[in-house]
Design a protein around this ligand. Structure first.
Ligand code: ATP
Ligand code: MG
Length: 297
């Protein structure tokens, strides 16, 4: 990959104030017109990522939280699978957040995700996240009714309060060494329909089809508005959103890989320095092993 930030910065939102989702083309592929070229670049990116992850793990001062949000069939699962394919599973964990359980509904809306934050030196991936609280819950406000909140807490400012809580929480994470990067895989309504139809036509993809997804599609415009609003309210220099064009999966993978590489490269990661005392212990251990080998022939 030439320079990772060249690809990623083009899709990064650090100041959301005037953000308009309709200005972002889901079928954008920059100057790539060739899937094979993109796949070669992705393969190089995956290697680079593996090396950076080793260093992140050894350095053990930072953690990286990657949040993925999207409409159904935008390619969250495939992106996570391909981009992270080269990295050491010990340093990475994926959490998927679905309908909250009754235990989760007994707590504030940041509780369940907080428990799954990455340790130092690790990469944590959230496949959906607390952003569902200003997406699906905003599109279906009756879900608020299940959250055991007093009516005085769910007035007209409830969404504003949630954006504030999220922005404050991410600021807190950043200040404490957890770097947050957020990816909205921006698929078009037309492409989503084609992917749903493919799932119906192909028996091997049938299992991926859910009639609930088609029901949610009926709320497309409300979701787009909710995405636009949350990107406006929660994009910062420290924890930006990437609005990733997702009509071409091969391109969205390059953008996501580039963004992660650029982020890790900005962290000034270092392998721990070996002290003189440690060097002496290494020399001692070598002597012992060599003596053993001689003794046993
Ligand atoms: P896939 O379909 O690829 O398995 P998915 O992420 O779409 O992955 P589903 O089980 O289909 O998983 O959907 C999870 C559902 O849970 C989504 O409709 C999402 O909006 C919903 N969900 C997630 N978080 C919340 C929340 N906090 N409150 C209400 N619903 C939520
Ligand atoms: Mg689904």
């Amino acid at each position: 990959m030439s320079k990772a930030s060249d690809f990623a910065d083009r899709f990064k939102v650090t100041k959301g104030k005037n953000f308009k989702l309709k200005d972002w083309d889901p079928s954008d592929t920059l100057n790539f017109d060739d899937k094979e070229q993109a796949e070669k670049i992705l393969a190089q990116g995956v290697d680079r990522l593996a090396k950076l992850q080793d260093k992140l793990y050894a350095d053990n001062r930072w953690s990286l939280l990657l949040i993925f949000q999207a409409m159904d069939a935008a390619g969250k699962d495939g992106t996570i699978k391909h981009v992270m394919s080269g990295i050491n599973p010990q340093g990475c964990q994926v959490f998927s957040f679905k309908n909250p359980s009754s235990e989760e509904l007994e707590h504030d809306f940041l509780w369940r995700t907080t428990k799954s934050l990455p340790e130092r030196g690790r990469i944590g991936i959230f496949n959906r996240s607390y952003y569902e609280e200003v997406l699906v819950v905003k599109v279906h406000p009756e879900y608020l009714g299940k959250q055991q909140l007093h009516k005085s807490l769910i007035g007209k400012d409830v969404w504003k309060h949630r954006y504030e809580s999220i922005a404050d929480f991410e600021k807190h994470l950043t200040r404490n060494g957890t770097i947050v990067r957020k990816f909205f895989l921006n698929v078009s309504k037309k492409e989503q329909k084609e992917r749903f139809l493919k799932r119906l036509d192909d028996p091997e993809r049938n299992w991926k089809f859910s009639d609930a997804d088609v029901a949610e599609r009926q709320h497309w415009d409300a979701y787009q508005d909710a995405y636009q609003e949350l990107i406006r309210e929660t994009s910062t220099k420290e924890s930006p959103w990437y609005v990733v064009p997702a009509d071409h999966k091969w391109f969205s993978r390059v953008v996501v890989a580039s963004a992660i590489i650029a982020t890790l490269e900005s962290l000034d990661l270092e392998f721990p320095v070996v002290t003189e005392a440690q060097k002496a212990r290494v020399a001692e251990a070598r002597k012992l092993l060599e003596a053993e080998a001689k003794g046993k022939g």
